[in-house]
Design a protein around this ligand. Structure first.
Ligand SMILES: Cc1cc2nc3c(=O)[nH]c(=O)nc-3n(C[C@H](O)[C@H](O)[C@H](O)COP(=O)(O)O)c2cc1C
Length: 391
């Protein structure tokens, strides 16, 4: 194996939890549900998958929405449960709830730019109040220590991970952040993330994930690898840094590791259309697959994957929700189905997407999948479709 790649294939440890790879599925509110996490895990290569952001108040009150979002099972391990909020005490109680409900890792959201979250001082608003961010983390670490688990309790939540250590061991805490709030701060070299990461390490946070954008950037512009590298430099090997943002291929992940020195890579949107990206990225990083592009997945496998997602959604939730999800997600799932014909033209799949988007019964969804697999529901590659495919 080339020396450059052997560094990239080290597995990642989050405190006492040694993951099977260094690749993580990002939380994506409304998308990275149990059914989708299962699909990614079935393809392979996922070191850790995370729930979408969870409201600790919702969990503690037992609201149906929060409990649905926190749904997990024995196959869905190791799993991170991500909490958002700004009250240290409530976050601590939320963390205890997460431990009692199967979390392998607890994560605090310090990166969400959405108004609904930042108006309540949570998410990336914490990047403007570092002492509060650190106080929350310190209080959560204390709570996690107070509900440390025995080795036998640990065995039930490890899945593909391994436990390093013995005796009673607390569930580890990680934090996910952006570079800082204001883009001008980043540009002038005054981003708070390097300083924050160091302070979080001081209070017992075992790793930080850095999405290389500012809050003001939301999802525009390009991920700033230099910003992630500054956090890596600041923590100086005390805790691992997980890089995140715009990874759409194994080559992107390799580049992120090479240019930032991060120890792990978290992938979000790239996985929504290619749940096999973790398998292919791990194969690339470990030198098994030379190509930096995601592997070719046969159409039949892709259709089987969409069907499996839909079946799992029906099983974990209900038909109504499964249909709602497949209607809105078909564009993501269908992206890789777009292919070049022998004459060099793109084959349109708009009829397929429309059939799934308009399906109102499980039978209509299955029929659309069967027809596409049989070579129907293709054609009409229009301008808007080209734009969607490029997005
Ligand atoms: C629709 C949407 C929802 C998201 N929800 C969350 C969330 O619940 N928690 C979180 O930490 N990040 C969330 N993110 C951010 C992603 O985890 C990730 O940091 C970001 O998409 C960049 O990575 P990517 O380019 O691999 O997608 C969300 C992103 C999107 C697009």
């Amino acid at each position: 194996m080339p020396a450059a790649l052997s560094v990239q294939c080290s597995v990642l440890s989050l405190g006492p939890v040694q993951l099977a790879t260094n690749l993580l599925l990002a939380p994506i509110a409304g998308y990275c549900d149990l059914a989708f996490r299962t699909i990614c895990r079935e393809f392979g290569g996922v070191g850790l998958a995370c729930t979408d952001l969870l409201s600790p108040q919702g969990l503690l009150r037992g609201t149906a929405t929060s409990l649905d979002l926190a749904q997990t099972n024995d196959f869905d391990k190791p799993v991170g449960m991500q909490l958002y909020g700004s009250d240290p005490e409530i976050m601590a109680q939320g963390a205890r709830w997460a431990v009692e409900h199967g979390a392998t890792v607890v994560d605090i959201n310090m990166g969400c730019p959405v108004d609904k979250v930042t108006k309540k001082d949570g998410g990336s608003k914490l990047l403007t109040d570092l002492s509060r961010a650190v106080a929350i983390a310190a209080r959560v670490v204390k709570e996690l220590e107070a509900c440390a688990l025995s080795e036998s309790q640990w065995q039930q939540r490890l899945g593909t991970a391994r436990l390093i250590g013995s005796g009673r061991i607390p569930v580890p805490l990680t934090c996910k952040m952006r570079l800082c709030w204001h883009t001008s701060d980043y540009e002038s070299g005054a981003a708070c993330s390097p300083h924050l990461a160091r302070m979080l390490a001081d209070v017992g946070v075992v790793a930080v994930t850095v999405h290389g954008r500012t809050t003001e950037m939301k999802f525009s512009g390009q991920v700033q690898l230099a910003g992630i590298a500054r956090v890596v430099e600041a923590v100086d090997g005390r805790i691992p840094v997980i890089g995140n943002g715009d990874v759409r291929s194994p080559a992107d992940a390799a580049r992120m590791i090479r240019e930032t020195g991060c120890k792990g890579v978290m992938i979000g949107r790239g996985a929504l259309s290619m749940p096999w990206i973790f398998r292919d990225t791990w194969a690339h990083l470990s030198g098994e697959q030379a190509s930096g592009e995601p592997g070719e997945v046969p159409v039949a496998t892709q259709i089987a994957m969409i069907r499996r997602y839909f079946d799992l959604m029906r099983q974990y939730r209900d038909d109504h929700f499964a249909i709602f999800q497949i209607n809105r997600r078909v564009s993501w799932f269908a992206k890789p189905l777009q292919r070049k014909l022998e004459n060099g033209k793109m084959e349109g799949i708009k009829p397929f997407k429309e059939a799934v988007r308009n399906a109102r019964t499980p039978q209509a969804v299955y029929e659309a999948l069967d027809r596409f697999a049989a070579g129907e529901l293709r054609g009409g590659f229009g301008a808007w479709e080209a734009e969607e495919a490029a997005a």
